[in-house]
Design a protein around this ligand. Structure first.
Ligand code: 1GP
Length: 250
């Protein structure tokens, strides 16, 4: 049985070919700022809001951020936790994720064991996802103690992704690292798409319409952008990226 948020994402992907999700790092914005970003992203055509960062944020601040966003958008709010502190009762769903290339069992299953009862208690919809850090890996790679898969080894990334699918994960997220100099290359996306049947999420370093278009043309089902919301011309750039994502619609 899958929940309404997952159903919504799958239907959107089916109808539109590929979709965009806006990632908000609660550590970098005040709740009113986060709400403004979410509102303008929704107007630009983003399909959901993800909330999470790689380092620490207080529970109270996370809750306030989610509540502020909830007040202004209709699209689902999905938590993207880096630890058990990334869980808020006010969100709609949570990426229930395992960092598949971490060498630390905590990020493979430890945090999930600690978090699962809270997810149930809060009534959050868990969406099972295998998270794979590739390329530079960024802060997420360091914090999660991952051995990032080099961009030159697409078949190795595909093996991780397929293992995730075989373990029952409903989505695979290829993470180039927030602010990565180079986004996940199309060869890697293509290779993975060839292997797996579940939707593929691509994020890290996507700043332009062309980069978004390249990723979706190679097979990305969901494009996540985070950092770009901090630029001066954020609204314009998010709109352009979403245009790039939608250009491949059937
Ligand atoms: C990070 O993949 C996301 O988890 C988004 O990366 O901030 O570089 O857009 P950016």
């Amino acid at each position: 049985m899958i929940g309404w948020v997952e159903q919504y994402l799958l239907e959107k992907i089916k109808a539109e070919g590929s979709i965009h999700i806006t990632l908000i790092d609660p550590e970098k914005l005040t709740p009113p700022q986060a709400a403004r970003v979410a509102e303008s992203s929704e107007i630009s055509g983003t399909s959901a809001i993800m909330i999470g960062g790689s380092t620490f944020v207080s529970q109270a601040h996370l809750d306030s951020t989610v509540k502020a966003i909830k007040r202004v958008v209709k699209i689902p709010i999905i938590l993207f936790p880096n630890n058990i502190t990334g869980i808020s009762r006010y969100a709609d769903a949570i990426w229930f994720m395992s960092l598949l290339n971490s060498v630390d069992p905590y990020f493979l299953i430890g945090a999930q064991i600690l978090g699962a009862p809270l997810v149930k208690k809060y009534g959050l919809e868990p969406i099972s996802m295998g998270y794979i850090i590739v390329g530079e890996g960024g802060t997420a790679g360091i914090v999660g103690k991952a051995i990032p898969v080099p961009y030159s080894k697409p078949e190795l990334a595909a093996a991780h992704a397929l293992a995730g699918q075989y373990l029952g994960m409903h989505f695979i997220y290829l993470e180039g690292g927030s602010g990565a100099k180079t986004p996940v290359p199309p060869e890697m996306i293509r290779t993975i798409k060839h292997f797996i049947d579940v939707p593929l999420i691509i994020g890290g370093g996507i700043r332009t319409k062309e980069q978004a278009l390249t990723a979706v043309s190679a097979g990305a089902d969901i494009i996540v952008t985070g950092n770009v919301i901090e630029s001066d011309d954020a609204r314009q750039r998010i709109s352009e990226i979403i245009e790039g994502v939608k250009r491949t619609r059937p």
